[in-house]
Ligand binder design. Structure first.
Ligand code: GRF
Length: 207
């Protein structure tokens, strides 16, 4: 399965996918990395791994890509033969053009146990709210913000002495295991999606 990754920043989740694919733990290959930020470290990580990586300027319609720009993302992904699009810290709301081009084929990782704390700085939201357990979620992307069907979740405790940085680091350690696992389930066609419910079966399934 050919994977395209969209990122805006550090790219530690991209790195986890690169490492999993390189280590033979993913029956998939990362064929393209696109970023809306020219300074994204994700671009460097991709190039260091020999993966084509491009900055495509996002336009001025934050938090969305401009429609013409979204078309350009679609063209680039299609030209690379991408079958699954993984958002990895891509700080843009995905619009209809990308959703229509890759129906049920765009996934995201989010640093909370959705539906708690969607949107920005979810680890800070968890600290502010005072929850004792948070975590991370891999989900399909739909038109909402962090609202698509949930594929996998992992929990992380919130400790009394946590700072935003220590909590985020604990969540991200879980993310780096969870994202490759979710991609693997999709690559092995082991997911059955019924409405909002995503069931991971034992063996290969159609779709
Ligand atoms: C991750 O915490 C992810 O959950 C969120 O953005 C962050 C990206 O981190 N969507 P990185 O760029 O993968 O290091």
């Amino acid at each position: 399965m050919n994977i395209g990754v969209l990122a805006s920043g550090n790219g530690s989740n991209l790195q986890a996918l690169i490492d999993a694919a390189g280590g033979g733990r993913l029956p998939a290959s990362i064929r393209l990395v696109l970023a809306d930020n020219p300074a994204a470290r994700a671009l460097e990580r991709a190039r260091a791994a020999g993966i084509p990586a491009r900055f495509i300027a996002p336009g001025t319609t934050r938090p969305r890509l401009a429609p013409a720009v979204e078309d350009e993302y679609v063209r680039a992904l299609r030209a690379a033969g991408i079958e699954l699009v993984c958002l990895a810290g891509f700080m843009r709301i995905i619009g209809d053009r990308l959703l229509r081009a890759f129906p049920g084929r765009i996934i995201n990782i989010h640093p909370s146990l959705l539906p708690a704390f969607p949107g920005l700085a979810a680890w800070q939201q968890a600290l502010d709210y005072g929850v004792k357990v948070t975590g991370c979620t891999v989900h399909f992307v739909n038109r909402g913000i962090d609202t698509g069907p949930i594929i996998l979740q992992a929990t992380a405790p919130v400790r009394d002495d946590d700072t935003p940085a220590t909590l985020l680091a604990r969540i991200q350690r879980r993310e780096h295991r969870l994202y490759p696992l979710a991609v693997r389930l999709i690559a092995e066609k082991r997911l059955a999606v019924t409405g909002r419910r995503v069931i991971a079966g034992g063996g290969p399934k159609n779709g």
